[in-house]
Design a binder for this molecule. Structure first.
Ligand SMILES: [Fe+2]
Length: 345
């Protein structure tokens, strides 16, 4: 289907995430698949200064986010600081930072290898180990759903540190096409439970049950809560859920053509609506260790430059159009590791 045809198909009412509305789903699905990015560079937009985007740069990034829930900016501006990372998010309507207990005081996390003495040591983001597939904040309660994130690279690793990315809406399509019953199981409010965690002062975090896929009642956008970890996670113990989870694992482990792999270099960053992602292990240069700033938001990006939000119930009116193609990006296969305690995202 051409992008123009996709646009025509999208010009309809209905809710593509309603299992009872197959007409809306099929139209959205066709357009989504027709406009999905084929290569990592389809996501990339070259910008002069990510903290002060031009209107054209912002529109190009928004177009990609609208099509595939993520975009990558690339700049020669490597002297970024946390204020710059925050400024990136603000340009996409992202203001409500999630101040998790491992974030710095300003709510933005410095993702770098950390020893065991500063409170972060041992948690996977702060090691050089691989991180399995997940969405950020999967262990959060519903009131703190992470809906978007900015990941800005100040310094890459000496080698490795490649991110795999998969639009969670494409994962939704895969599950729904395979079995609507599996999708229904993954939308159950008790589908996935993260057990509570104790520390020396008592309960550090209560158990969190929730769905894998959910639809935001305010804007109709799809959210995904997932981790491929098998420790410190309890799936609902019924056959349908087990089959659905096994399917998702295979979908992510297979050579999935929808998975894009990219290594962020200095001055590059990702703006995303909390898509599925993993990270390969890496080797640091001790003199210049890998450093990324990560901001996680309770807000979602606004969608198209005119404010429409493809995939959301009230905004699914037109295709974002074909993606521009620029540049090249690296690619490697990732490994999994779960020897460190949660959280891993
Ligand atoms: Fe993450």
């Amino acid at each position: 289907m051409t992008a123009m045809a996709a646009a025509a198909e999208l010009d309809c009412d209905g809710d593509p995430f309603d299992l009872g509305d197959d007409i809306a789903y099929q139209r959205w699905r066709a357009a989504k698949l027709a406009t999905r990015p084929r290569r990592p560079e389809d996501l990339v937009v070259d910008v002069a200064d990510p903290a002060a985007l031009s209107a054209a740069e912002r529109a190009a990034l928004l177009q990609r986010i609208a099509a595939c829930n993520m975009a990558i900016y690339r700049s020669a501006s490597v002297a970024a600081d946390k204020a710059s990372a925050r400024a990136v998010g603000a340009q996409f309507g992202l203001h409500r930072l999630d101040a998790n207990w491992l974030a710095d005081e300003d709510g933005i996390s410095s993702i770098t290898v950390s020893d065991t003495h500063d409170g972060r040591g041992g948690f996977i983001p702060y090691t050089d180990r691989p991180i399995k597939w997940h969405t950020d904040g999967y262990y959060h309660p519903e009131s703190r759903r992470i809906r978007a994130m900015v990941l800005h690279c100040v310094r890459p690793a000496h080698s490795g540190g490649v991110s795999s990315l998969l639009d969670h809406e494409l994962a939704y399509i895969a599950v729904r096409d395979a079995s609507p019953r599996w999708l229904q199981a993954l939308m159950a409010v008790d589908a996935m439970t993260i057990p509570g965690r104790d520390d020396e002062t008592g309960v550090a975090r209560a158990a969190q049950s929730g769905p894998v896929f959910s639809v935001n009642p305010q804007d109709g956008a799809l959210h995904m809560r997932y981790t491929a970890r098998t420790r410190s996670i309890e799936w609902k113990d019924d056959p349908v859920t087990r089959h659905a989870v096994a399917f998702l694992e295979r979908h992510l482990a297979d050579d999935n053509p929808c998975v894009l792999r990219v290594r962020l270099e200095a001055g590059m960053g990702i703006v995303a609506n909390n898509v599925l992602h993993d990270r390969s292990g890496f080797i640091d240069d001790p003199a210049a260790p890998r450093l990324l700033y990560r901001a996680r938001y309770l807000d979602r990006t606004p969608g198209l430059p005119d404010g429409r939000c493809p995939g959301a119930r009230k905004g699914l009116l037109r295709s974002p159009g074909p993606l521009l193609r620029t540049g090249e990006a690296g690619s490697t296969q990732d490994l999994g590791d779960e020897s460190a305690p949660w959280p891993n995202g």
